[in-house]
Design a protein around this ligand. Structure first.
Ligand code: PEP
Ligand code: MN
Length: 338
């Protein structure tokens, strides 16, 4: 249920309304927008008579949110979410680029690629220290040693760090070294993990599950939001279909659909979506044209030797050229890169 507060309502009235909702057994989430304040009353009470709240001083309107996700929906928050992390702002205003290798492999590789990322103007360095590999015999990541390397490389070049979390007991180590936690496709519906991340205040990028519908994707974001962490953004990374010419099928339409249904920023990952170096630039261009709030692109200085995802990694020069093209596309639709 959404309670729209009157423009001239006093803080006392808002507190009174909040307390009343809590007395009725609701969990209350407040959103102070530029235009209006909204209270989201969460809790299943199908027969609740909304008039009990509608008559209170300071209430402009009360209505039910029909979507199964509440806090993630545009009805709860009309303005786009903005997430500030050090000097980086993730929002619909400017496009942010996340780039780096699939896996953190060694100091040389991390420093070479961090330098390329900084040179491209991007501000966010990626690299996995804990890798969710389909085969248990594939490289599983360097663990904490890798986290130290990516932090060192990011600090050297003035970048912030995003890295993937696989399980709850990694929260402490990861929040020590990383600025943004990435929840990967394979963990999108790991609700226990989402709840625990929801209790932290570390920003999180949630990737779409391999076979998740957009509604399920938003419900997963809801798990984090409902537990108190509002710093959530999404990433479309392709879904599994009958097509085998690409690694996954890039669902470009998820970008405008998420923008319509939710206030959360949505990024696109053309690297995992296609799995092929030659397909990454065209899909990156398409994602910018479709209005993505950011992109994630994997790069590698020696892709043939990469310990994971070499075939989809762009070489540093290819990546720098692509960035120039993407800037032009952004400009054509009235946007720019951060
Ligand atoms: C990744 O970004 O390295 C990754 C494993 O992606 P996904 O979870 O989308 O497969
Ligand atoms: Mn990868």
């Amino acid at each position: 249920m959404v309670i729209v507060i009157k423009k001239n309502a006093t803080e006392e009235q808002i507190i009174e309304i909040t307390n009343r909702l809590e007395d009725y057994g609701f969990d209350v989430h407040r959103s102070d927008g530029r235009q209006r304040t909204i209270l989201g009353a969460i809790g299943v009470q199908h027969d609740f008579d909304t008039r009990k709240i509608k008559i209170m001083d300071g209430v402009a309107d009360v209505y039910r949110i029909t979507a199964p996700y509440k806090l993630a929906s545009r009805s709860f928050q009309r303005e786009d979410t903005q997430i500030t992390i050090k000097d980086v702002v993730i929002s619909s205003e400017k496009i942010n680029m996340i780039s780096g290798p699939c896996s953190i492999e060694n100091e040389d590789q991390m420093f070479t690629l961090a330098e390329t990322v900084a040179k491209s103007g991007a501000k966010i360095l990626r690299g996995g220290a804990y890798k969710p590999r389909t085969s248990p015999y594939s490289f599983q990541g360097l663990g904490e040693e890798g986290l130290k390397l990516i932090r060192k490389a990011a600090d050297e070049f003035g970048l912030i760090v995003i890295t993937e979390i696989l399980q709850i007991d990694q929260i402490d180590a990861l929040t020590k070294y990383a600025d943004i936690l990435q929840v990967g496709a394979r963990n999108m519906q790991n609700f226990a993990l989402l709840k625990e991340i929801g209790k932290t205040r570390t920003p999180v990028m949630l990737k779409r599950g391999l076979s998740a519908r957009i509604e399920e994707f938003l419900m997963s974001a809801e798990y984090v939001l409902a537990n108190g962490n509002k710093e959530v953004f999404l990433c479309e990374r392709g879904i599994r279909t009958f097509e085998t010419m690409t690694r996954n099928t890039f669902d470009l339409s998820a970008i405008p659909v998420v923008h319509e249904k939710s206030h959360l920023p949505i990024f696109a990952d053309p690297s995992h979506a296609t799995g092929l170096r030659s397909q990454v630039p065209p899909m990156a261009r398409a994602a910018v044209a479709a209005g993505a709030d950011g992109l994630m692109i994997e790069i590698h200085n020696e892709p043939e030797k990469a310990l994971s995802d070499g075939p989809q990694a762009l070489l540093p020069d290819e990546y720098l050229d692509l960035m120039d093209e993407l800037r032009m596309i952004a400009k054509a639709i009235g946007k720019e890169f951060a």
